[in-house]
Design a protein around this ligand. Structure first.
Ligand code: FMN
Length: 227
């Protein structure tokens, strides 16, 4: 599988969330050979979309000649797009959102009805593409936190998608938390292997991965300096 990792954390490889993604990819590699390309979005020069729609009218060419041209080429060559990002203000970081906006040249102006809503018709056949979102966050609560990011990803990628959310993710960068992070990363690795082998992940495993690693109150007390 050709996997394109779009890392939206400005911390690049030092990202908390990348610990989860690396474990997931290790699991996929346990199942077979994978061709992995990681793009740290913060290293790319990506202009904000101007909203001119010329890309959708002019056969897919954006008015900006920046790094997004290479990113789009990479997307077109990939089988899986893996969006790695930390939750920022209940959504994705601005750099990654700018990249997502700039994927507009892959769509045409034409709209089609899909169930109870409309979506743009693609400029090419992307039916083989699978989409993975891996999102970490700083609060201990998974509920009333990840929902906006999850809803956006579900609407952008209505099918062939997998969403993994993990609260308390700064713990992945704390060696003293290894007693709880190592088993969680082992579960993520198992999930990666399952995903590579079956295209899906067992519901109970996904729920375990998305649950707090330590009780919410304990985590909050540690962050607040009380423990
Ligand atoms: C600008 C900003 C906004 C944030 N917003 C949220 C948020 O809405 N919810 C949350 O739980 N954590 C939030 N966080 C915390 C990060 O998601 C958390 O520190 C995460 O582990 C960082 O991951 P990274 O190292 O992969 O970048 C925010 C952090 C920053 C810097």
């Amino acid at each position: 599988m050709k996997i394109l990792v779009l890392n939206g954390s400005p911390k690049r490889e030092k990202s908390d969330t990348m610990h989860i993604t690396r474990a997931f990819l290790d699991g996929m590699k346990d199942a077979g050979r994978q061709d992995i390309n990681v793009i740290h979005v913060a290293d790319k020069r990506i202009e904000y979309c101007s909203g001119c729609f010329s890309c959708m009218r002019n056969g897919g060419t954006c008015i900006y000649d920046d790094d997004m041209r290479d990113v789009l080429e990479e997307i077109l060559k990939s089988d899986i797009l893996l969006f790695n990002f930390p939750l920022y203000c209940y959504g994705m970081p601005a750099q990654l959102k700018a990249l997502l906006d700039r994927t507009l040249p892959l769509s045409s102006m034409a709209m089609r009805k899909a169930g109870d809503r409309y979506e743009h018709v693609e400029q090419a056949d992307f039916s083989r593409l699978r989409y993975v979102m891996i999102c970490g966050c700083g609060f201990p609560n998974a509920k009333r936190n990840f929902e906006p990011a999850v809803a956006q990803f579900e609407l952008c990628f209505p099918s062939n998608r997998l969403i993994i959310t993990v609260p308390e993710s700064p713990m992945f960068n704390a060696p003293e938390a290894a007693a709880v992070t190592a088993p969680r990363l082992a579960s993520v690795r198992t999930a990666g292997r399952q995903y590579a082998e079956t295209g899906t992940i067992d519901c109970d495993l996904l729920a375990e991965i998305g649950s707090p690693m330590i009780p919410e109150e304990t985590y909050a007390a540690i962050v607040n300096g009380g423990v």
